[in-house]
Design a binder for this molecule. Structure first.
Ligand SMILES: Nc1ncnc2c1ncn2[C@@H]1O[C@H](COP(=O)(O)OP(=O)(O)OP(=O)(O)O)[C@@H](O)[C@H]1O
Length: 589
């Protein structure tokens, strides 16, 4: 969709019978005009339908693309964005909804090249503007509606040809990942390429030119952040103090994230946000069921921002930790420390926001945190297990804030994507499994990627313990127990803890207590591992079940048991036997 198209469309013809009505032009659109066929046409109706004082805000703004129910609109500066997100939003969304005959919401992004002052700048000041103006704007290419397999190289090359663009001014395009051969490829630059990933992932798309600059850059955070160095490999970046602050899992990068139709939009938006934090879509909200990659994307944004902007302050936190931290801060009279921790950041990544439901005081605190960050153009990325409007026990004003930005969902992956995820997982974890086994596992585990990975680990661990090759018959045996036929019974943490305790001849108190005897530690870790694998509980929630342990203890337990399963037959057998017992009990309930 091009800019010219937008201008070409005329408002819907006026209908005489509507003349008595208030909001005349809108009513005409609603009741008479046929549904708009593209965003350009709908935008023309927006311009015609708004009173002049509101329309003035749209002079230098323009519609970019329509993805499902989200219309992306680019504006020249933060101030205009604020106006669109708050004052103009209801009218814009109403007219767009009427135009398309279905619910449409807007997401606003800042593209400084739309600022007429920039466009008129003398050539020597703005050399980079010459080329792009003759070309199509990356945001106009509507890449989300193209078949990635047919996508020409143009958008990416265009970036390459452009000399020197500051990241802050880089139009935060939502770009389609490049796929050349049907295999899923990462969208992010070679510098983030994981050397362990093998040649099949080593065809990174061309990079925006700015990433190759090593000159003084101004961050989107309003202060110089030193040079924007070529991004280091996300997973091999040394653990600096800031890295520790950010608390990012080194494995969760864009590089290790497999893109499929179920997560393409969320991924593309995440990349856009990471490339222009605070400028692109603020907040970005990612929602979807458990185990579909929300946390992975949040961490990937954090890594990528940190690799692009030296010194950027990124903080990842789950909503439960935020809540606990807040409660502790009140208890210990450390409110200002708490506020500094969450407000003095450039990017706040907040996971599982649904946990704030019903927690009035924490919501209040988060509301102020959100406002402080948003007003300072700091990026906020939120994940949730539901769309904001379904977070019924969240205060309206918070839900309303979430609607300001871009809302993207992640759906369960299709078979092709599940296979690609397994292939990638096998490569990164150095697990050997032939394609038919990967396909078999992917066909059996359909809705949760955490379970999918767990199944691969079980199969390869079983083969390694028995010194057998990983083949189809072996996979069938292992998965028969793991995935029973028929509907999935609901497993709870208390079932897992009860079964684990009785299997090891312990009590639940033992599992929750502080004893570090070897049997107890293993039993506790197995129970935590099974909670992770068989339930939808988050890491902090699992930690809470086990006597209020930290989420990092659960993470450690998960890793440890995965490793022990492939090294010790006894552990593998214990986990398998316990899984059977737990699933059996769940089926009886
Ligand atoms: N598209 C993907 N490519 C590669 N790995 C993925 C993808 N999606 C999810 N995963 C992996 O699946 C596992 C679960 O993902 P993650 O923890 O991000 O899910 P989630 O949606 O945050 O779940 P929850 O709501 O339970 O916290 C992780 O190991 C993650 O790396």
């Amino acid at each position: 969709m091009g800019q010219q198209q937008v201008g070409q469309h005329q408002p819907a013809p006026q209908q005489p019978q509507m003349q008595q009505q208030p909001h005349m032009q809108q009513a005409r659109v609603t009741e008479v005009a046929p549904a708009a066929t593209d965003l350009g046409e709908a935008w023309a109706r927006v311009l015609a339908g708004l009173p002049p004082n509101q329309r003035a805000w749209l002079t230098n703004s323009r519609p970019v693309t329509l993805h499902e129910s989200t219309a992306i609109v680019a504006v020249p500066d933060d101030f205009t964005r604020g106006q669109l997100e708050t004052r103009l939003r209801p009218d814009l969304e109403r007219i767009l909804t009427e135009s398309f005959g279905r619910d449409i919401r807007i997401a606003v992004t800042v593209d400084p090249s739309l600022d007429p002052e920039q466009q008129q700048a003398p050539q020597h000041q703005q050399p980079q503007r010459q080329q792009p103006q003759q070309q199509q704007h990356p945001l106009q290419q509507n890449p989300l509606q193209q078949n990635p397999l047919q996508q020409p190289q143009a958008p990416q090359q265009q970036y390459q040809q452009q000399p020197v663009q500051r990241p802050a001014q880089q139009p935060p395009a939502i770009r389609e990942p490049l796929r050349t051969d049907g295999a899923y490829q990462p969208t992010i630059q070679s510098a983030l390429t994981d050397p362990d990933n093998g040649p099949q992932y080593n065809q990174p798309p061309a990079q925006p030119q700015y990433e190759q600059q090593s000159q003084q850059q101004h961050s989107p955070f309003g202060q110089p952040l030193g040079s924007v160095a070529p991004p280091p490999n996300g997973s091999s970046q040394p653990a600096t103090e800031a890295q520790g602050e950010a608390r990012l899992n080194p494995k969760y990068t864009f590089e290790t994230f497999v893109i499929g139709s179920s997560n393409r939009f969320a991924h593309a938006a995440a990349v856009a946000v990471a490339e222009a934090p605070g400028k692109a879509y603020n907040p970005q909200l990612i929602y979807g069921d458990s185990g579909l990659g929300k946390t992975h994307l949040l961490h990937a944004i954090g890594h990528y921002v940190r690799s692009l902007y030296t010194g950027a302050r990124v903080r990842y936190v789950s909503s439960e930790e935020f809540t606990n931290d807040f409660i502790n801060a009140i208890r210990d009279d450390k409110a200002s420390q708490f506020q500094r921790r969450y407000r003095d950041v450039d990017v706040l990544l907040i996971d599982d926001i649904q946990f704030l439901e019903g927690k009035i005081q924490t919501q209040e605190e988060f509301f102020h945190t959100f406002n402080t960050l948003h007003n300072a153009n700091k990026q906020i990325v939120i994940s949730s297990d539901r769309a904001p409007k379904r977070l019924e026990a969240l205060e309206d004003r918070l839900r309303n804030r979430f609607e300001w930005g871009l809302i993207t969902d992640i759906q369960p992956p299709d078979l092709e994507t599940r296979i690609a995820i397994l292939r990638k997982k096998a490569a990164t974890e150095r697990l050997t499994a032939p394609p038919e086994v990967l396909e078999f596992i992917a066909s059996k585990v359909q809705t949760n990627i955490r379970e999918l990975e767990g199944a691969l680990i079980r199969v390869t661990a079983f083969a390694s313990l028995n010194r057998q090759p990983v083949d189809l018959s072996l996979a069938e045996i292992v998965l028969k127990d793991l995935i029973p036929e028929g509907s999935k019974p609901e497993v709870t943490a208390s079932m897992i803890m009860g079964q684990t305790a009785s299997y090891f001849g312990l009590s639940i108190d033992d599992l929750c207590g502080s004893s570090r005897s070897r049997v107890l530690v293993t039993a506790r870790q197995i129970a935590m591992y099974l909670c992770r694998e068989l339930t939808d509980l988050s890491l902090p929630k699992i930690g809470q079940q086990f006597g209020g342990r930290d989420h990092t203890t659960v993470m450690h337990a998960e890793r440890k048991i995965r490793q022990l399963m492939s090294e010790r037959r006894s552990v593998f057998n214990q986990v398998t036997e316990l899984t059977n017992r737990i699933k059996h009990q769940a089926k009886q309930q």
